[in-house]
Design a protein around this ligand. Structure first.
Ligand SMILES: [Zn+2]
Length: 60
C-alpha cells in the first residue's frame, strides 16, 4: 500500500486506480482510514464513504 488516489482517496499498491481507471495515485499521503462496515459506521457516514476499503485522510 504505497499510493493513495487523489480522486477517490483509496489506498492501493499501484499508481493506477482500479476504481477511477487512471493514474491518479499519489505517494504523498498520510493517515489511514479503514472502513469495514459502512452501514454501521459513524465515520463513514460523516465522511461519505459507502464502500468498504482503506482510505487516506490527507493527500497532497
Ligand atoms: Zn481513485
Amino acid at each position: 500500500m504505497k499510493y493513495a488516489c487523489k480522486e477517490c482517496k483509496r489506498v492501493m499498491a499501484q499508481k493506477e486506480c482500479y476504481y477511477c481507471k487512471k493514474e491518479s495515485g499519489s505517494n504523498d499521503w498520510g493517515g489511514l482510514l479503514i472502513i469495514i462496515d459502512p452501514e454501521n459506521s459513524e465515520i463513514s457516514e460523516r465522511s461519505g464513504y459507502t464502500v468498504p476499503g482503506k482510505y487516506a485522510l490527507k493527500i497532497r
